[in-house]
Design a protein around this ligand. Structure first.
Ligand SMILES: [Zn+2]
Length: 94
């Protein structure tokens, strides 16, 4: 099974994951003299180089799920898929 075929976390059933991405470069960051939040910093990441993180982790149970670059699923995640719990496991109903 490929990582891209996962539809939810095999450990807890969560439908989101995260990768530790990196950004390289510099940008303007607006600040206020009074310490309150600046009106708009939505441009903050514009112009930064985005380096995609390879390792994917569940953002609920924080377990390692697999590698999004090589598209390989983690060993423990694969085991969890083979022995699905009520929450986890593969959704074959799509
Ligand atoms: Zn999880």
């Amino acid at each position: 099974m490929k990582f891209s075929e996962l539809r939810k976390c095999p450990f807890c059933g969560n439908d989101e994951f995260y990768t530790n991405d990196r950004f390289k470069g510099s940008s303007a960051y607006n600040q206020r003299f009074d310490g309150k939040e600046a009106y708009d910093n939505s441009q903050m990441y514009d112009g930064l180089d985005h380096i995609q993180g390879a390792k994917a982790y569940c953002n609920n149970c924080f377990k390692y799920l697999g590698n999004v670059i090589t598209n390989k699923i983690g060993k423990n995640a694969e085991k969890a898929l083979a022995h699905p719990t009520e929450k986890g496991g593969v959704d074959n109903a799509r």
